[in-house]
Ligand binder design. Sequence first.
Ligand SMILES: [Zn+2]
Ligand SMILES: [Zn+2]
Length: 152
Amino acid sequence: MGFGKAFKCKTCGERFNAMTGIGMLFPTVYKDTVKDIRSGKYGEDWKTFFEEHPDGVVNCENELLICEECGVPKNEMNLSLYLPKEGVEDLPKLPFGDDLHEKFTLYKKYPYTCDKCGGACNIVAASKIKRAACPKCGGVMEEDHESVILWD
Ligand SMILES: [Zn+2]
Ligand SMILES: [Zn+2]
């Protein structure tokens, strides 16, 4: 189940909805993402990882990313690569949430870049973010309590 949080720019009214977590279509999303990685869509390193580590997995949860440089937010798939921890037997076929973090070790973090300025982006917890920079006018976007977002 996903988590949503709405932001609205105080200057120009631009809206941004942070959508994190996984949706109902997660099994399909996961399969398609692995296929994309194997075809080289996310670069050579990601492609090679699945060739060299058949037991490796990818984090397909949706994250809220904030640019370190300009503060503009975006939604993007996590895409970090993980390897199973030694000795873990009941490995899930579709790893996410606690299963992913308890049964797998982070192998490589995906290098996210900002669509607006090209700066580096960091994953942040949507629940902890109160404001972000407006991608349109550079103003301040604040949490919009009047919008309720439900998604699956
Ligand atoms: Zn704005
Ligand atoms: Zn930026």
